[in-house]
Ligand binder design. Structure first.
Ligand SMILES: Cc1ncc(COP(=O)(O)O)c(C=O)c1O
Length: 383
């Protein structure tokens, strides 16, 4: 198999980084469950010495995702948080980072509770407003860390504009692309220097693995990431690498159905008398709908809706039958959650209020089931 240089997205997802196993012809990259590799003679080996440093299953996944995101190279880590932690090792004591204020709670916890101990400084701003990013830039700003769309209020940041601001100030732009996936949004094409994912979500897509990845646009950043992956050692296991590699093959078709189901649920909820407000970038009343149309190839499977009171939100979460009440997102099965008491419980209440994360907000990660069954489930839960 030779991937044509002008291969399109689905073809890249299925074939990039994949070559049949030379020993057996196995079409699927095997799980190389080994800790070390036998060397031919002293100083002569096959490119693999020790499995923290190199593993063929992980290498196949990394080549695959680097191509999917249009980057130079990718490095896979034990979780999305391990990937973000690795990224921050590009910084030095005294550096400043501008961060999306509604970033994932775990990212906030790492930055606020761990990395401030190492004299890194963070400013949290609403990056959906480029002027606020501009205003937050300091002489020591070395990184702008953006999540778009955000969780769970689905605010969008203009990646191209933010890249221009970051670069004018000599900072790198990092985009956490977990919520959109590269099937919908390719930040490197828009000027981002680095992209990160919790592969736990859409890239794996089957709710059976925890992992993370960083994709670098440039060689010098790739070289550092390779160094830190080996030096700190928070690597993705061969089995998890294999699972994610299986997931990326169907990314494009899964995302098409996630988009369709997200839209179907958003439209249904918009007309429901018990629903006060629906937040979905595909709806024309979403404040960043125009940006979503420009920046994304689809509106995704994540949506949130407000049912007026905490009690009503609790009832919907408890009454669904087909949907599962659970944290996480991006799998083939639909999940429902209550961000204020689940994923965002660690965010102070006044901060939740500021970003519109009310106690009456319910979040859905639309899976790829038949949308009519999902709508029927919500209908009975809201009745
Ligand atoms: C946007 C985003 N980034 C990063 C993470 C962290 O990923 P992981 O749970 O794989 O460590 C999450 C987890 O929910 C997330 O939603």
């Amino acid at each position: 198999m030779k991937l044509p240089p002008d291969a399109r997205f689905s073809t890249i997802c299925i074939h990039a980084g994949q070559t049949p196993d030379p020993g057996t012809g196995a079409i699927i990259t095997p799980i190389f469950q080994t800790s070390t590799y036998v060397q031919d003679e002293l100083g002569k080996h096959k490119g693999f010495e020790y499995a923290r440093t190199q593993n063929p299953t992980r290498a196949a996944l990394e080549a695959n995702i680097a191509a999917i995101e249009g980057g130079t190279a990718a490095y896979a880590f034990a979780s999305g948080m391990a990937a973000i932690d690795a990224l921050t090792t590009m910084l030095e004591a005294g550096d400043h980072v501008v961060v999306t204020d509604n970033t994932y709670g775990g990212t906030f916890r790492l930055f606020d509770k761990v990395l401030t101990k190492y004299k890194l400084e963070f400013s949290y701003v609403d990056t959906s407003q480029p002027q606020l990013v501009e205003d937050a830039m300091q002489a020591n700003t070395k990184m702008v860390f953006v999540e778009t769309p955000t969780n769970p209020v689905l605010r969008l940041t203009d990646i191209a504009k933010t890249a221009e601001i970051a670069h004018r100030h000599g900072a790198r732009l990092v985009v956490d692309n977990t919520f959109a996936s590269p099937a919908l949004q390719r930040p490197i094409e828009l000027g981002a220097d680095l992209v990160t994912h919790s592969t736990t979500k859409y890239l794996n897509g089957h709710s059976d693995s925890i992992g993370g990845i960083v994709i670098a646009a440039r060689e010098e950043d790739a070289a550092w990431l390779q160094f830190i992956q080996n030096a700190a050692g928070a690597i993705l296991s061969p089995f998890d690498s294999w699972l994610v590699l299986r997931g990326t093959k169907t990314l494009n078709v899964r995302m098409a159905q996630h988009n369709a189901n997200g839209m179907a649920l958003a439209q249904f909820l918009s007309t429901h008398p018990k629903v006060i407000h629906v937040i979905y970038p595909g709806l024309t009343n979403h404040p960043h709908h125009e940006l979503a149309k420009r920046q994304m190839k689809g509106f995704g499977g994540m949506l949130s809706f407000d049912v007026g009171t905490f009690e009503a939100a609790r009832d919907v979460c408890n009454r669904v039958k087909l949907m599962s009440l659970a944290e996480s997102l991006g799998g083939v099965e639909t999940l429902i959650s209550h961000p204020a008491t689940m994923t965002h419980a660690s965010v102070p209440p006044e901060r939740r209020q500021e970003i519109g994360l009310t106690d009456s907000l319910v979040r859905i990660s639309a899976g790829i089931e038949d949308p009519a069954d999902l709508i029927a489930d919500l209908q009975q839960a809201l009745a």
